[in-house]
Design a protein around this ligand. Structure first.
Ligand SMILES: [Zn+2]
Length: 257
């Protein structure tokens, strides 16, 4: 494996890493070796802290007018998207024209405590994907006492409002199936169809899924009216394989088709 600084002006600073996950590191090493590509070094910025004090980190790539936010995970026991999150910077800057067209913001992990403990919820037992001020928010039962009463949810909320992205993409995993779900205006469905064409993943509207009160999709898509894709990888699948399967689709929706 070759390690090198890469000559892109926005890419300076500390080394990209992922919390405490030897399997992730092994997969990352395999991916880098197979691609024979240097690992990008990203300029991570801390936008908040988890309940246990872990940093919530973002990196920005490109400087184009289209703003896209990628969220690497929000349920800590759905780790299939972590490798895609690590590979995305390299793939993005290697795509011709991408950095001039798009400003890509990557939130590495919206629930680092859950990832460290391999739990769906955060340290307080709150499902962060039910803690947003959507019109359908319901308090209690692992959803928090009020919207944004968890620091991880509040940090991502503030990031979305500051960035006002043209598209949000959030990685999850689903038992027994993979698909692309969307919320928001017609553009959200167009992005889901584009993703589907490049990946073979079926488009699954939110009304075909059990209700998700206070979810990020409900808040961003339906309350704010901004396009959001919820990418459901097959739970338990090989992270490298699903990244390869969805790489083209992820880049297509980031560029906007
Ligand atoms: Zn999930």
């Amino acid at each position: 494996m070759r390690w090198a600084l890469f000559g892109v002006s926005v890419l300076v600073g500390c080394v990209s890493s992922h919390p405490l996950d030897p399997e992730w590191r092994r997969q990352r090493a395999v991916a880098a070796t197979e691609a024979n590509a240097p690992v990008l070094r990203l300029d991570w910025q801390v936008i908040g802290q988890s309940v246990e004090g872990r940093p919530l980190r973002i990196a920005r790539l490109g400087n184009g007018p289209r703003r896209v936010l990628w969220v690497g995970g929000i349920h800590g026991d759905e780790r299939e998207g972590h490798l895609a999150t690590a590979e995305l910077p390299r793939a993005f800057v290697d795509t011709p024209g991408a950095t001039a067209m798009v400003t890509l913001t990557i939130l590495e992990d919206a629930n680092p405590d859950g990832s460290a403990a391999n739990t769906r919820a955060n340290k307080r037992g709150v499902d962060l994907n039910r803690n947003y001020p959507a019109n359908n928010y319901l308090p209690g039962d692992g959803r928090g006492e009020r919207p944004l009463d968890q620091p991880e949810a509040a940090a991502l909320h503030d990031l979305v409002l500051a960035e006002r992205p043209h598209l949000v993409i959030v990685a999850h995993a689903w038992r027994g199936d993979h698909f692309i779900n969307f919320d928001g205006p017609a553009e959200a469905e167009r992005m889901a169809q584009l993703f589907s064409r490049h990946s073979g993943y079926r488009v699954k509207p939110s009304d075909k899924i059990a209700p998700t009160p206070g979810s990020l999709g409900s808040w961003v898509g339906r309350t704010l009216g901004m396009p959001i894709l919820t990418l459901e990888y097959l739970r338990g699948s090989d992270p490298l394989g699903v990244w390869i399967d969805t790489r083209k689709a992820i880049l297509a929706v980031i560029l906007g088709g």
